[in-house]
Design a protein around this ligand. Sequence first.
Ligand code: NAD
Length: 457
Amino acid sequence: MYAEIIHSQRDFFQTGKTKDISFRIQQLKILKQLIIENETAIFNALKADLNKPPVESFTAEITTVVKEIEHAIKHIKTWSKPKNVQTLWQFFPASATIYPQPLGVVLILGAWNYPFQLLISPVVAAIAAGNCAILKPSEIASHTSNMIAEIFEKYFDKSYLAVIKGGVETSQQLLSQKFDHIFFTGGTAVGKIIMEAAAKQLTPVTLELGGKSPCIVDTDIDIKVAARRIVWGKFINAGQTCLAPDYLLVDQKIKIDLLDEIKKCLQEFYGDNPAISPDYARIINQKQFNRLVGYLTNLKDGKIIIGGETNSEERYIAPTLVENISWEDEVMKSEIFGPILPIIEFTEFQEAINIVNSQPKPLALYLFSQNKNLQQQIIRETSFGGGCINHTMLHCTVPSLPFGGVGNSGIGNYHGKAGFDNLSHYKSVLTKPFLLDVKLLYPPYKNKLPLLKRIFG
Ligand code: NAD
């Protein structure tokens, strides 16, 4: 069904137009223009899908992408330049060059939680690397999906960048086609389905997945600032952020004080009743709402210490903190992806490290501590996609930091040059003149081995 559109993109790719760096720069500028000119439509769609406040839409969905575009425009000439590298002296005279080449037609599958940014940032990488792309927004954020399809059609030719709307069935139909790369953002379970489908076509994949990202809090902190940064990272978009701190691991000596500060901070951010705050988002749909409420109603020994109020009609769940949680609780068995924050205490820092290492590798890890030794220890002894020390989530907004998971949290990176590299093939070429054709390599091999061993040994 979608073969025709893929075919038209292949034809366009074959013209070689996307290999031209000035074409890529021009398209990146058009993409930036598309975003700027349609800011209100983007705000409205995100509001309709997630009750996303315009400030959050601006910072997390729009500016991030615009910064990515500007960074790519600034560096694309350097990134795409062929690079000469050293050859073996034994091959003298010769030169060796690496040529970054576009892959062809890329399929980009987006998630619903940051439905604009997570679909468009990979497009920046695809354009910069000289590819054509098919974008499949998440059907769950339906207003954003419709808006993206509508505006892209006005700015880009389908034979270069096309948006295909639809749900799981559409994804499956697309996945049965041959692409040169599949870039997927979503959950780990679906990531496995994507990789399996891609394997049938031997298509390389980037999987930007999720996981339970820990946030470790030591005693050596500015407690007010730490609380503020944790609350911001956890409750922005009502916790529906792949990078949100999933649970807190807190030094028991500071737990009570931290909880106090978190409480004050929630009050400062969202007032006495977050349900009427214009700055607090809603859960995307009833299915997700029920899943999250289920965590709260099925706590074993766990206790809600802050929040816990819900309103099904509005899909509202108050910022909620729970303690006394065990790893047997449903809330600890999978990524929470909502405004529920479990608190687990530790007495020795090593316990926190052991907990992190007993779980699948997370997408992010946050450490709050001014202690340089602990900072180094966490980096040395744990594995995670990326993270921050003394903040949450900000690392993903820096274009020069590659963004991606490790192990269960994903395969491959993007943002800035990492995105360009990910969607390029690095073609290695050795060039020799006809001069000096040493016969040592060629048959007959009789008596050549000892000399070859001396030369190459
Ligand atoms: P999802 O995995 O349900 O869906 C993502 C995309 O996959 C959608 O376009 C959907 O249509 C498609 N899809 C769903 N089921 C499919 C199937 N069976 N076959 C083929 N395609 C299918 O993810 P989601 O619910 O939109 O997002 C939530 C998850 O994504 C969380 O786990 C979160 O951590 C993760 N996430 C990761 C990042 C990141 O950058 N690493 C960002 C956002 C979200």
